[in-house]
Design a protein around this ligand. Structure first.
Ligand SMILES: *[C@@H]1O[C@H](CO)[C@@H](O)[C@H](O)[C@H]1NC(C)=O
Ligand SMILES: *[C@@H]1O[C@H](CO)[C@@H](O)[C@H](O)[C@H]1NC(C)=O
Ligand SMILES: *[C@@H]1O[C@H](CO)[C@@H](O)[C@H](O)[C@H]1NC(C)=O
Ligand SMILES: *[C@@H]1O[C@H](CO)[C@@H](O)[C@H](O)[C@H]1NC(C)=O
Ligand SMILES: *[C@@H]1O[C@H](CO)[C@@H](O)[C@H](O)[C@H]1NC(C)=O
Length: 382
């Protein structure tokens, strides 16, 4: 570990004495990123082989070195920020990548240099080198619509997806026009994305009873995939679920159609394939209703090439039967062929949390709060 400390101090003294050209700063920052990444991985591996207590183990290096590296990184980042002549775009890209990497590092290495067994589950993510991109690519199709919970849900989901590599997010609103607040949110996250709209056909809007919500959006997502994707894996991920970031690495290896348990927060509690000795034997779901695939929307992913070979596959406008209808439209495909994820379906990596539906907030009393910050704030909420 000695050589890179030398490198760091060398870099630091350059910085203070020579004020090198701007581009050099960018390059140095990249080197620092790579070195920090390398160091954390290597010490992780060292620590990992020594563990055995079952209660976690210490980060192999004293916290001091970590602090020095952090300080240096901060200095480099600040320098880059102040430096006008570095192309703003490049600067932002590097910053984004850096923040993503550091975020992932902090997940694996706790703030006090302790790695607990709980966080150890996430190390496979932090061990992906900075320059490599996990493949195949993931396409996340998220239907959404304007409501009080929309921005909070999408904020939470975006900040989950920011931890996932090589992902393209299709955010599709059931609306005539895109919502500016949603566009702004997507821009802020720097997640690779397309923001689309797909209003529910009038025919279904007028109908009484349960509405086929999200169907036009998801079919629009499929249309986008057919036009723009050649490989990878897609997943219908609603904005009101809770995702464990480990799920996305499970999904990535889907060859045809994969499934896994979904936590439901209802009396039934779960929707899951039933597995005996590593083999699929049936489905567990609170509402079977004669469905061939009684599964939750959050409980399956499909390979893009598998979809492309089935040009007619799409989701029906049939409330309650959207999943079943879509999976049936993937024919030829039978339940026995599903790939079981989440350790033979023994882990819950996604929760159908279903936020309570709320009324829109009351109008602001402009007589009382005219010319206050509340006027601005009110535009940010529904
Ligand atoms: C959508 O945008 C168009 C064009 O700007 C506008 O004419 C229309 O009123 C908008 N629709 C809604 C529901 O806001
Ligand atoms: C495919 O992507 C292009 C470029 O982003 C876009 O213009 C086009 O509308 C997409 N196709 C579909 C069917 O959405
Ligand atoms: C489980 O499956 C394996 C092979 O997949 C088989 O050898 C074993 O006997 C099975 N165990 C039980 C309890 O059925
Ligand atoms: C699933 O179960 C089978 C049979 O018990 C076993 O061979 C296989 O390794 C398990 N897979 C995982 C990912 O745990
Ligand atoms: C808000 O205050 C301005 C002056 O401060 C006034 O001209 C305007 O009429 C007020 N608007 C409302 C809706 O009360």
């Amino acid at each position: 570990m000695f050589w890179f400390d030398v490198l760091f101090f060398q870099a630091r003294s350059w910085a203070e004495a020579m004020k090198p050209p701007k581009m050099l700063w960018l390059i140095m920052l990249l080197i620092v990123c790579v070195v920090v990444q390398y160091n954390i991985i290597s010490t992780w591996l060292v620590g990992g082989s020594n563990s055995g207590t079952g209660y976690g183990f210490s980060y192999a290096e004293p916290g001091v070195a970590t602090a020095v590296r952090e300080e240096l990184l901060n200095a480099a980042v600040n320098r880059l920020r102040l430096d006008d002549s570095v192309s703003v775009n490049i600067g932002q890209k590097v910053l984004h990548e850096l923040i993503m990497q550091l975020g992932r590092e902090l997940l694996a290495v706790g703030a006090f240099g302790e790695v607990s067994v709980q966080t150890a589950a996430y190390t496979s993510l932090s061990q992906v080198p900075l320059t490599s991109h996990a493949t195949p690519r993931l396409y996340i199709i998220t239907p959404t619509y304007r409501r009080p919970e929309q921005i909070p849900e999408l904020t939470r989901m975006a900040q989950t997806l920011m931890h996932v590599q090589n992902l393209h997010w299709l955010v599709i609103e059931d609306a005539e026009n895109k919502t500016q607040l949603v566009s702004d949110l997507l821009q802020r996250t720097s997640i690779s994305h397309d923001h689309l709209v797909a209003p529910m056909p009038q025919l279904f809007k007028k109908r009484k009873g349960p509405k086929p919500r999200g169907v036009s959006n998801r079919n629009r997502g499929l249309e986008w995939l057919r036009d723009n994707a050649t490989d990878g894996v897609f997943y219908f991920a609603d904005d009101d679920n809770t995702y464990d970031i480990r799920l996305f690495e499970e999904i990535r290896t889907t060859k045809q159609v994969s499934m896994w348990p979904v936590g439901l927060c209802t009396k039934f509690g779960l929707s899951s394939p039933v597995v005996v000795n590593g083999t699929f034997v049936g489905f567990y779901d609170g509402w079977v209703a004669g469905r061939k695939f009684p599964v939750d929307m959050a409980g399956f992913a499909v390979n893009v090439q598998f979809l492309l070979k089935r040009p007619k596959a799409k989701m029906p406008y049939k409330p309650g039967f959207e999943e079943d209808g879509f999976l049936k439209s993937l024919s030829p495909f039978d339940p026995e062929e599903i790939e079981l994820k989440a350790k033979n379906c023994t882990q819950v990596l996604v929760w159908h949390t279903q936020t309570k539906k709320n009324e829109a907030s009351a109008a602001l009393d402009l007589g009382k709060y005219n010319n206050t910050n509340l006027v601005i704030l009110k535009q940010l909420i529904v």
